[in-house]
Design a protein around this ligand. Structure first.
Ligand code: NAD
Length: 503
């Protein structure tokens, strides 16, 4: 069976580890590849390769670095179909969603191509007599990226394009559940002209991660995954003196006001709740319906639309399905447990996705779209991130109760409001405790030239990913204050005993 390799120093390298993780096609349940979980020694080799490459790469002009990223961008476009098929095969998401993921990653590459402008620093002339001051935004060294299964291309591309463009070198530790994309990206970077050692991939699990969190050669750690691991990564990396950004889980709420455009809201909620089988950190999993009248209307519309959804394999000839399988049988069982607990705790199960069968794909990990009404804040299905195609409707009497619920929730990644009233929308944007807010937009993922990040226990660390925060994260500021001797032009030069800026 094909074994996914490491990519170290520009070479594809077989791991010697005897710990093997199998990779499945979630639509068929078949084993398709395997990956060895790298050892401490192998992870150290990837770090050493990046460490050795840093000296030359950090001195390469930003323009030259940008040109490599321009080339990488066109290679991504040329290879889009092949990469999207690979994503769909290992993750299960439908083809057009895989293309969407690649496009959002590509946008960060495009942003990083502007690095000569973004990394210019600042300059002030004559801060004192004959004294100038300028700042340099210098790279830090070896940066690590640890990424989740749900976006095997996009999330790594939230990180490495900016890290590389700013002159750092990189070690990526992708999810062991769908690791193939990491190697394809490494090969395309090499084809684009990236020098060997600048970008490395080490496959693995906690054993490799722990090396990345503690090795003194690693300067920064970017993590995206579940909250308990994000918290662990942030604490461990910080104790070891590293700069860290760790993005965690979510429970994204939307508030449905009585004046909302119902058709627009229902369509938006459907896509945001069930797209990618709910395996998105920005999936919309809670609707707070303000008043019974709007709740009744919404639930009726959702039930109708769910009845018309097609669930099946990610790549089809002809008409595409709306939703694919979830990642693993374990994850499927976990989602079904949540559905059971919702029923036990008294929520009204309107559509049950358990036991969903796709003809010809009986061994696939399918869970059908699931809809709960009359969910209350004390229930497990409200409190915890399910990360599956389960939408919960909570009925609230007014806007204030809705806002209170969003703000009291443990997570604060995204939040949305559906309304026709500008004042309510404005107030919501001001008062809601979430990092990304949508007004009549269900999944408000910021563009590459803004930055992505939640609030509360959806993020650990002060800087968000990509955009200007990404440039700040992967550079450190040095400010140079200089005064040149005037001995050539002036006859006298006296000693100065006060700070030069005072003169
Ligand atoms: P995960 O936390 O299980 O794994 C993420 C990464 O951490 C993987 O590379 C994995 O190998 C590694 N890892 C797992 N256990 C570890 C341990 N004990 N010690 C060290 N490293 C460990 O997450 P997942 O299941 O791959 O992804 C789903 C989660 O990611 C969801 O909670 C989702 O909300 C979150 N997510 C968040 C964002 C965001 O931007 N906030 C984006 C995508 C996904």
């Amino acid at each position: 069976m094909e074994q996914i390799k490491n990519f170290i120093g520009g070479q594809l390298v077989d791991s010697q580890s005897d710990r093997i993780s199998l990779i499945f096609n979630p639509a068929t349940g078949q084993k398709i590849r395997q990956v060895a979980l790298s050892t401490v020694h192998e992870t150290g080799q990837a770090i050493e390769s990046a460490h050795l490459a840093f000296k030359e790469w950090s001195k390469t002009s930003p323009l030259k670095r940008a040109r490599i990223l321009f080339k990488f961008k066109s290679l991504l476009e040329e290879n889009q179909d092949r990469l999207a098929r690979l994503i769909s095969e290992e993750h299960g998401k439908i083809y057009s969603d895989a293309v969407g993921e690649l496009t959002r990653g590509l946008e960060v590459v495009e942003f990083a191509c502007g690095i000569p402008h973004l990394q210019k620093g600042e300059h002030s002339a004559n801060v004192g007599m004959g004294v100038d001051s300028h700042s340099l935004m210098q790279p830090l060294g070896v940066c690590a990226g640890i990424t989740p299964f749900n976006f095997p291309a996009m999330v790594p591309m939230w990180m490495f394009p900016i890290a590389l463009a700013t002159g750092n070198t990189f070690v990526l530790k992708p999810s062991e559940k769908d690791p193939s994309l990491s190697i394809e990206l490494a090969k395309l970077l090499q084809q684009a002209g990236l020098p060997d050692g600048v970008f490395n991939v080490v496959q693995g699990d906690k054993e490799a991660v722990d090396v990345l969190l503690t090795d003194p050669r690693i300067q920064t750690v970017s993590f995206v995954g579940s909250t308990p691991i994000a918290e662990y990564v942030y604490a461990t990396a910080s104790v070891h003196g590293k700069r860290c950004q760790a993005l965690g889980g979510a429970k994204n709420h939307s508030v449905l006001m009585p004046d909302a455009d119902m058709d627009m809201a229902a369509n938006a909620i459907m896509g945001a709740a069930f797209g990618a089988a709910g395996e998105r950190c920005m999936a919309l999993s809670v609707v707070l319906a303000v008043g019974d009248e709007i709740a009744d209307k919404l639930v009726e519309k959702l039930q109708h639309q769910i009845g018309h959804m097609s669930v099946g394999i990610g790549i089809t000839e002809g008409k595409e399905n709306d939703m694919g399988p979830v990642i693993s049988p374990q994850h499927k069982a976990k989602i079904c447990d949540y559905i059971r607990s919702g029923v036990e705790q008294g929520a009204k199960l309107l559509v049950d996705g358990r036991g969903y069968q796709v003809a010809g794909y009986e061994n696939g990990y399918f869970v059908g779209p699931t809809l709960f009404d009359y969910v209350t804040p004390d229930m497990k299905i409200y409190k915890e991130e399910i990360f599956g195609p389960v939408l919960t409707v909570v009925r609230v009497p007014d806007y204030d109760t809705a806002l209170k619920l969003v703000n009291h929730h443990e997570y604060g990644n995204g939040a949305a409001i559906f309304t026709r009233d500008g004042e309510t929308a404005r107030q919501f944007s001001e008062d809601v405790q979430a990092g990304m807010v949508g007004v009549n937009i269900p999944i408000p993922v910021p563009m590459a030239f803004h930055s992505f990040g939640g609030w509360k226990r959806s993020i650990f660390g002060p800087l968000n990913v990509y955009g200007n925060d990404g440039v700040r994260f992967y550079t450190r500021m040095k400010t140079v204050t200089s005064c040149w001797p005037a001995s050539v032009r002036l006859e006298h030069h006296d000693s100065h005993f006060v700070m030069p800026t005072m003169e």
